[in-house]
Design a protein around this ligand. Structure first.
Ligand SMILES: [Zn+2]
Length: 324
């Protein structure tokens, strides 16, 4: 399975964003087939992914391959989910309600790791299964009651819906659209900025949630205006990837500044922002963990991680693919 692991080159522009990769069939038509799903949960050939309340999963001794267990080994309380099928194998997830202790048969002695750590190491099949399982774990944890009447809902459709026993309303896993955009000037510079949660020197492209009643393109223009005070044109879609931390879908765009490029920062959301050349952006990744107080260091000395669609947008722009 080594062939479909992503390349580790930090400047790579993958054909498909890291977390958007997938190689299983979701077999949605089976979710309502209760007999088939029950049989899958007793078939020793089924492969079960155990997901802890924190979203971590057991890994093999190599430290980065997912460790699936047989249904009989997955003896913990939790939400049972049909993830899908690939080849002859059926993949299930058990989204644990309580912390999993090391004495669970199938995972004794395993290391546990999370999607953020594993993403760039996993195969297409593994990352598609894990991203889905983590998204569903987060949703089930926070949507246990009916939003109409407050009653406790029941897990239905093999873990893909929750149904209210009082008013029969059906509730689906939430996915919140967010836009993330590389703003350039059409002349070799792009805008990078840092939010208050990021360490000094580490910057990324702008991003924000799509609001109710708003298109993604309008959200790009509004977020850029709000965060750095400039107008944009040529808003163009690039790619999307799920971001289940806890429930986003990141929609990647580029946009070109229209008119005055002077940045006026919204101090609530942005600590610093600037226009940077390709040379400055390439250099930023080489600083690594240099001490922050060193004199003469550039304002930009760190980039988002290679798992992120932000980094993919930046890398593609560095190759001059994304500047029209
Ligand atoms: Zn209800």
């Amino acid at each position: 399975m080594a062939a479909d692991r992503p390349v580790s080159d930090p400047w790579a522009v993958p054909d498909v964003p890291i977390l958007a990769r997938s190689a299983h069939d979701r077999i949605a038509h089976r979710r309502t087939d209760e007999g088939w799903v029950s049989a899958a949960w007793t078939d020793p050939g089924s492969r079960v992914l155990l997901v802890s309340p924190a979203g971590t999963v057991p890994v093999q001794p190599d430290g980065w391959s997912l460790r699936f267990v047989a249904p009989s080994e997955a003896a913990v309380e939790g939400v049972r989910v049909l993830l899908g099928a690939a080849g002859d194998a059926v993949y299930l997830a058990l989204l644990a309600t309580d912390e999993i202790t090391g004495d669970v048969t199938g995972v004794a002695g395993c290391g546990w790791r999370g999607l953020r750590e594993l993403a760039t190491e996993l195969t297409d099949l593994e990352v598609g299964l894990l991203t889905t399982a983590v998204a569903l774990q987060a949703w089930h944890q926070t949507h246990r009651h009916c939003p109409r009447c407050g009653a406790q809902t029941e897990v239905t459709k093999a873990g893909w819906t929750r149904t209210c026993p009082v008013d029969a309303s059906e509730h689906f896993p939430r996915t919140d659209p967010a836009v993330i955009m590389l703003v350039h000037d059409g002349a070799g510079r792009c805008v990078l900025a840092r939010g208050p949660q990021w360490p000094a020197g580490r910057m990324s492209v702008l991003a924000g949630f799509v609001e109710a009643g708003e298109s993604a393109e309008a959200a790009v223009a509004r977020e850029v205006r709000e965060e750095v005070g400039i107008e944009v044109c040529d808003v163009a879609y690039v790619a999307s990837q799920p971001h289940p931390f806890p429930a986003s879908l990141m929609l990647g765009y580029t946009a070109r500044v229209a008119g005055d490029p002077r940045l006026v920062i919204d101090a609530e959301e942005i600590v610093e922002a600037g226009w940077y050349t390709r040379e400055e952006v390439r250099r930023a990744a080489n600083w690594g963990s240099e001490p922050a107080a060193e004199a003469g260091m550039p304002a930009l000395r760190g980039l988002p991680g290679t798992m992120s669609i932000a980094r993919q947008l930046i890398n593609a722009w560095l190759l001059e693919d994304l500047e029209g």
